[in-house]
Ligand binder design. Sequence first.
Ligand SMILES: [Zn+2]
Length: 306
Amino acid sequence: MHPWNQSILDSLAKRLDRLPHAILLYGPQGVGKLALAERAAQLLLCEGASKPCDKCDACRWFLAGNHPDFRRLEPEALAKEPADTDEEPKARKAKQPSIEIKVDQVRELADFVYIGSHRGKLRVALVHPAEHMNENAANALLKGLEEPPPGAIFILVSHRPAQLLPTIRSRCVSIPVPIPPREAALGWLAKEGVKDAARWLAYAGGAPLRAVDYAERGSAALVPVDVREGLEPLAEALQKTALDRALIAFGLPPKYQTTSSAVAPEKAREWLAFARRMGEDRLLCRHPLNPRLFSAAMLAAMPSER
Ligand SMILES: [Zn+2]
């Protein structure tokens, strides 16, 4: 779990004996919600004195990924291992893993939740990302939330809570997981050895895990941003990309290494003009404006690939 979420875990630990049977952890992508949810599950299952202790049997099973009273519900595409190993390897490869949480998965979860605890304590089900439940799955889960079996706790994780069924949301106690304070995020990124951390963090709108992602790829995703701090890094990324493409079109090596793919020579001037405009927009970014509209306008002005 990430240090900036410790206070949320502490507040859960303080009211362990009167926790609701369904918790919704929600917040932007890249703030460590899943790691927090996992730690919260361990907290609930721990049988030690100061929870979570990392030492008792329950904690050791949990950390090894085989606590009998814990289930994780996520789309096949996110699961670490293929769900069905009976099939021929060839057939498995051909099938695209699903990005939805399906109703069968929720039914299996219901069996687990109703069967009773192996340790005579709680059973914990983690659903992530909750908005990836298809309609049937969401309705099946709702039944479990409406009439929860005693001792069962559901932890839902979502970065788009507005996409959840309102009836599901209303059955959960919602706990926000916000963007951490900038200093805490920068301190953690420094420990992780991330170079240029302030720039990537700004581009990621303050979400540290997304900043790590960008830093590893050496580029930021060229998508609209919702926060003002993300505008200038986007303009900068677009400007560098455009300059590189113009140089390639002129038959020269790219300066910033943002791309190495071919660019048609007749596109050179267009990319150069776009790079100039992004240079101007970098200055404009410092003025108050709607970040989403402004970044969408920047992206719309980008020349087409061919
Ligand atoms: Zn423990």
